[in-house]
Write a protein that binds this ligand. Sequence first.
Ligand code: F6R
Length: 620
Amino acid sequence: MCGIVGYVGRRDAVAILIKGLKRLEYRGYDSAGIAVFTGDSGFACKKKKGKVNELSRILEQEPLTGNIGIAHTRWSTHGVPSDTNAHPHLDCSQEIAVVHNGIIENFQELKDTLIIEGHTFLSETDTEVIAHLIEKFYAGDLEDAVRKAVKELHGSYAICVTHKKEPYRIVGARLDSPLVIGVGENENFLASDIPAILEYTRDIIYVQNNEIVSIDLDSVSVKSLDGMKIEKTPEKINWDITQAEKGGFPHFMLKEIFEQPDVLRKIINTRLSGENIHFDELNLTEDDLVKTRNIAIVACGTAYHAGLTGKYMLEECTRTPVWADTSSEFRYRDPIVGDDTLMIVISQSGETADTLAALREAKKRGAKVLALCNVLGSSITRESDGVIFTHAGPEIAVASTKAYTAQLATLYLFTLYLARLKGALSEARIKELLSEFKRIPYLLEEILTRYKVDGNEIAHYAKDFKAYYEKGHTKSFFLYLARNINYPNALEGALKLKEISYISAEGYPAGEMKHGPIALIDENPWVVCIATKSRTYDKMRSNIQEVKARNGIVVAIVTSGDENIRSLGLNYVIDVPAVDEFFSPLLIALPLQLLAYYVALEFGYDIDQPRNLAKSVTVE
Ligand code: F6R
């Protein structure tokens, strides 16, 4: 986790670095810091516990000026959030400054040795060893010292390093944590992610594992760990910074919820030519896919819920056995995966450490790995055999919304593509489904138009929940019930709510109610029942009746026009347009996201940056 940024140029480095950090806050925000060369061989460092705004406040009171510097926004791994543990970290001579994203697994051994050698440590962090190691190896050439230092490190890192004696350059390196170079005119940048620097340049070089980079005013150099020069051509970024900003919405999360119809349109335009489905970047042969005997889907969090939905899609349409698992469980359970397995890893960021580790494990066991990923050039896309980009655009809110529906949409199309290749579904049914799929952006728009206006029904339900809670029902929580292909949506609805509103929430397959959870039902839980028209509709109606009979409060998501279900005495109703049951998860995801959003809004929480979380989880 953590976000790093570096700038060398002629402009005000502090302003550029602070702006960059704000755009990287999705990577962590428990402390922030900056180091800049202030001219006449001056060098200053400021660090502060809290969000980047806290650091900005300090800089307003005690301004720094300079044209070269590095900065960091932190998500703690080693050492509590504090001014001292904030980056940059310095060496004993206070001449070397380091910002780091990742984890140094052998930091304790290195620290013990460095202490014996006379180094003094100030923080509890793993990062500080990097500054002292560079100090140890420094003999007049920062790049050389960084190269020697990183060879000692086990774990993951993306770093930016400056030395007071070389106040014209920044040296960077990476292993398993992202780092990009922004190439400008008389200025160059380093950053964990493109939005931090996109305002200044669209020419980006993706730094690869075990590369050492050095940037100064008018040059960029990339070398291997052996010091061999590596030629790199910058890639042009064709998305806009406004895509990475709020665009008039109060929160990124709401903006991203409302972007979903356009994301679906983009996916349709990219993947469909008439009734032909294509994945140009796939890089797996038809033969690879046809000979697949089983499919394993592995991911974390929201991406896992998309994957679990994929299991229902793929089994139904391709008649291939599919299992889905969380990445952190997959790794340690000696999974049965071989050369007849297609492993699908799903990740918005492409940097999730558990998913990366699962991917490597599956490859070791001979599986072909296909990544469904949103971020170009990310580690997961580079290490997989094949890739399908999900085209959600940059997702900034920590709570994933548009990346989820983009993952679902991509899985739908991949399912139909594979079903066609395997001849597992009739051409007529594939065409029927594709034609229904093309309606989805309009149906999503219909839902969002309905819930756009201030004071909309879902916002009103959230208000009622808060009032109920404050009237003494402080044991209230949310239970999400669904069946079949919408069961993963129940898990996702619960995850969304708990991560931004801190209210306890659980997702359950409704059929499991009678095996335990029904004991929870009294007047406290608000039970969200996904009861749209489907093959399990009657069963869901029975579950609703069971909840009502025990005084539970029911929030039912139903198909528009279904008047019949209202006779069950539902407390709250959310309508979604009618759609083929197969695609219903795409529609139902939206009210679930909105409900979580409005509940968190009522309670006044920090929706885009919920506590204890970070957007990109690059630690195991
Ligand atoms: C929840 C959320 C997380 C991520 C998970 C995987 O809203 O965003 O649960 O889905 O951390 O992240 P990626 O998709 O980047 O691998």
